[in-house]
Design a binder for this molecule. Sequence first.
Ligand code: ADP
Ligand code: MG
Length: 377
Amino acid sequence: MSSATTILPPAMLGMLGGGQLGRFFVIAAHEMGYKVAVLDPDRNSPAGKIADVHLCAAYDDKVALQSLAEQCAAITTEFENVPASTLEFLAQHRTVRPAAASVAIAQNRVAEKNFFRDSGLPVAPYAVIQQEADIPAEDSGLYPAILKVARFGYDGKGQARIKTPEEAHAAFEKFGAEVCVLERMLKLDYEVSVVLARDADGNVETFPVAENSHLNGILDVSIAPARGDASIRDQARQLAIEVAKKLNYTGVLGVEFFVSEGRLLVNEMAPRPHNSGHYTIDACVTNQFEQQVRVLAGLPLGDARQHSPAVMVNLLGDIWGDGEPAWDQAYAESGLKMHLYGKHEARPGRKMGHFTVIGEKMEQTLQGALKVRHALG
Ligand code: ADP
Ligand code: MG
């Protein structure tokens, strides 16, 4: 450990973004003895509400950024869409992890896909659509396909499933002729993800692989460790490490994969803790947010081993349809770990919380989780 750069409690750490990922970072940092300043323009942001300092301002507000740099020993982010100029500005004054260059790649699907391809990593066949004329012909082998906007897409937003070039033209128009990626629609066996932490000296700890299912483009259930072929799990961990190395990444990184006809393909990455890594809060020696604090502070990485099988289920605003969900029925499950994010308003599709069920054997753990999910609607 290079002790010259180690930041120890009770130093103040900075967080760009006040959502649930930021909130879990604040919780981990507090437990470890640090203070946290959060920058988020939303007065009611889940992380801002529990932070020591909440700078309620825009992400490019120079006065707020100056104040963050003055108050914090080091700064990180909970979302990839923070302006690159913000990270570059902060990096002139303080340690910023991950680096602006890594975030810039992760926030743009074109840069991200090209980076994977140029690094020799397996990806789904795709074309970059800068303008109408770039839309591939029927015989390109890319149809049926998914059109995805290059910037600001998440949870299946900014995506259209299309069968023909005509539909691609219509969808491209609908997205306002923004730069897009057109990707071949794959037959998915299942999806997996890997969360890892890489420190400034290049040491890496990977968390066990999660198996993910989505509903309407939003993560629904994560099963950890992933079931199925052990060699898929090993490959996923190796590929995730390769991604981090090629980026010379410092921080926590989430990498999503498709398993299609027995082959592993890299889908996308997130330069931060990942929803599919929430199971680590309750099932691992060190969780992904403590790992984020450790990397940022220059501490050695924590032990990423999992001690119990875990199944995580996201709770979206939809289940608040007619008042509060049936919490009493959920708490009937003894292995339940509930996490609600303190969001003010429940809207359909909005991530309000998640729960993880911990058990001894995967089969019963999964049954328990599905029972709770059913009880909550
Ligand atoms: P985001 O998570 O940013 O919304 P993704 O590219 O991960 O965007 O897409 C969301 C989900 O849509 C994926 O997890 C997967 O279930 C499905 N999906 C995306 N691309 C493809 C594809 N090429 N073939 C099949 N399914 C896909
Ligand atoms: Mg995704």
